[in-house]
Design a protein around this ligand. Structure first.
Ligand code: NCD
Ligand code: ZN
Ligand code: ZN
Ligand code: ZN
Length: 447
C-alpha cells in the first residue's frame, strides 16, 4: 500500500481525551482516551493520563463519539477532465468536512482511470493536495466502454482497490465474465452499477409517478436484472462482488437469494435512497435526478429494513457533484447525481434512527475497510490513527451554499439533522474540526 509512503511521521503525538469511543471491531463502547503516537494508535486508556505523564498535545473530546475513520467506498472526484464540477482538492476537503478519513474514487473521469499509470497518477495527485486518503478504483473495461478488458493486474499492482465501470453496468456479459475469471485470484472486488443499458435515458423511477408525469422511467427490474446477472458471474467465478447504490426492493430479494446460496456479495445503500422517493420529481425538479433513480416510498422503506436485517452492510454517498448549470437544466438534459459527502453521515443517521451505533459505525468504517482491503476500520493498537468524531445531538440545517464541494445540488437542502461531524483525524492529524471549520484545508506535509 502506498499509504504514508512509509515515511516517518513526527508531530503526531496526541491524546484524544474523554470521548465515547465506539469501535465495533473491538466490541468497544465506553469512555476512553485514545493515545496516538507517531500517527498510530498507541493505547486506549480508561482514564486520561496525568498532564505530567505526557508531552503530547491533548484534545478534549468530551461530548463526542469517536470511531474508527469513516471510509466512503463510492465517490466521484471529477479530476482529470471535469474540474468545473469538482477537483481532488475540493472533493477530498469536502470528505474531511463530512467526517471521512478516506474515500474510494470511481474511475469515470475523463480520461477514465483504466490503466496502471493513471492509478499511480491519482494516488500521487490526491496525496499532494489533501490528507484524506484516496483509493483509486480501476475501470473493468478500456474507457469503460464494455468492449475490451482493461489491464486489471497492472492497475492492482499500482494500487487500485477495486474494479468498476460505475456510471453504467459493464455492458457485455462476456467481457465481465472474462474479467472476473482473469481477476479471480486478486483480492480486489468488482463493484457493480446495476442498471440495464436498454433503459438509458430514463429520468425517473418507472412507476405511478412516472406514469402520471409522462416521463421515461427506469423500473426496479432494470436494477434487479443486472444485479442477478452480476451475482451469477460472482457465483460462477468465485470473485468477490459488491453491488453499488442498491435502491429497489426487488434487488433485496435477489441479494437474499444470493446470500442463501453462499455467494460472496455485499451491497451498499446511499443516504438519498434511504430518505427520498420519486414524488420529489413531481415538480420536474432536475436537481432530484440521479442514477439509479429515487424510487417509491415502499422501496425506501425496504432499504431501511435491509440495513436493519444486515442484508445491506455498507453505506456510500455516491458523491456525484455537477455544476449549477448542469443540474438546473430541464430534467431530460440535467446531469444525474448529488453532492453527497457533506450530508451523508447526518442523513444516514436520520434515516436509521434507533439502529445500534456500533452497526452505524461498522457500515461506515469497519465493513468498508474489509470490502476494499484497506487499512483502518479499527482503533486496535498499531492501527493508523484515522478517526471520525461525531456529535450525536447538535441540530443543524443543510445549507449547500456552505459546502466545500463545488457540487451544490442535494435533495437534503433545508433539512434539519441532529448528527454532525465534529472532527476528522487522519494519521493523527486533525484535518477537519467543526470548532474551526475554516481550517478544513488539510496539510499534505509528511504524506
Ligand atoms: C454518477 C456520476 O455523476 O458520475 N451519477 C449518478 O447519478 N449516480 C454516476 C453513477 O454513480 O452511476
Ligand atoms: Zn453508479
Ligand atoms: Zn457512482
Ligand atoms: Zn460540465
Amino acid at each position: 500500500m502506498p499509504l504514508d509512503g512509509g515515511g516517518t511521521k513526527v508531530g503526531r503525538n496526541v491524546d484524544f481525551v474523554g470521548a465515547r469511543v465506539v469501535d465495533p471491531s473491538l466490541a468497544l463502547d465506553g469512555i476512553r482516551t485514545v493515545v496516538v503516537r507517531n500517527g498510530t494508535i498507541a493505547a486506549l486508556l480508561d482514564r486520561a493520563p496525568a498532564a505530567s505523564d505526557t508531552s503530547a498535545r491533548r484534545i478534549d473530546c468530551a461530548g463526542m463519539v469517536l470511531c474508527p475513520g469513516f471510509i466512503d467506498p463510492h465517490v466521484h472526484l471529477r479530476e482529470p477532465g471535469d474540474s468545473h464540477k469538482e477537483t481532488l482538492a475540493t472533493g477530498l476537503t469536502a470528505a474531511a468536512a463530512g467526517g471521512f478519513t478516506a474515500v474510494a474514487a470511481m474511475p469515470n473521469t475523463r480520461p477514465p482511470i483504466d490503466d496502471g499509470q493513471r492509478v499511480r497518477q491519482l494516488l500521487r495527485d490526491s496525496a499532494a493536495v489533501a490528507a484524506v486518503r484516496c483509493y483509486p478504483i480501476g475501470a473493468v473495461t478500456v474507457a469503460r466502454e464494455g468492449r475490451a478488458l482493461a489491464p486489471l493486474r497492472s492497475m492492482a499492482a499500482a494500487g487500485a482497490v477495486a474494479f468498476s465501470d460505475d456510471g453504467a453496468c459493464t455492458t457485455s456479459l462476456k467481457v465481465l465474465f472474462h474479467a472476473a475469471l482473469l481477476a479471480a485470484d486478486l483480492p480486489m472486488p468488482f463493484l457493480s452499477h446495476c442498471e440495464d443499458p436498454s433503459f438509458a435515458g430514463a429520468v425517473i423511477h418507472e412507476g405511478e409517478t412516472s406514469d402520471r408525469l409522462g416521463l421515461p422511467g427506469s423500473p426496479s427490474l432494470s436494477e434487479a436484472a443486472i444485479a442477478a446477472r452480476d451475482i451469477l458471474v460472482a457465483q460462477t467465478t468465485g470473485k468477490a462482488w459488491h453491488l453499488c447504490h442498491v435502491s429497489a426492493e426487488t434487488t433485496i430479494g435477489v441479494l437474499e437469494w444470493a446470500r442463501a446460496q453462499g455467494t460472496r456479495v455485499t451491497a451498499e445503500v446511499t443516504p438519498h435512497h434511504l430518505q427520498c422517493n420519486d414524488e420529489m420529481l413531481s415538480s420536474f425538479d432536475a436537481r432530484c435526478r440521479v442514477n439509479p433513480p429515487l424510487r417509491s416510498v415502499q422501496d425506501v422503506a425496504a432499504m431501511r429494513v435491509a440495513v436493519r436485517r444486515g442484508t445491506i452492510s455498507i453505506f456510500a454517498s455516491d458523491h456525484a457533484p455537477h455544476s449549477e448549470e448542469e443540474k438546473e437544466a430541464p430534467l431530460s438534459h440535467a446531469s444525474p447525481g448529488f453532492s453527497g459527502l457533506e450530508v451523508a453521515v447526518a442523513a444516514t443517521f436520520d434515516a436509521l434512527d434507533g439502529l445500534p451505533l456500533a452497526t452505524m459505525v461498522a457500515n461506515y468504517s469497519t465493513n468498508v475497510a474489509a470490502l476494499l482491503g484497506v487499512p483502518g476500520g479499527s482503533l486496535q493498537v498499531g492501527s493508523p490513527a484515522d478517526m471520525t468524531a461525531l456529535y450525536l445531538d447538535r441540530p443543524w440545517t443543510v445549507d449547500p451554499t456552505l459546502f466545500v464541494s463545488k457540487g451544490r445540488a442535494t435533495p437534503f437542502a433545508g433539512r434539519r439533522f441532529k448528527v454532525r461531524p465534529a472532527m476528522t483525524v487522519v494519521g493523527g492529524c486533525v484535518v477537519f474540526n467543526a470548532a474551526a471549520p475554516t481550517q478544513a484545508l488539510p496539510a499534505p506535509a509528511g504524506r
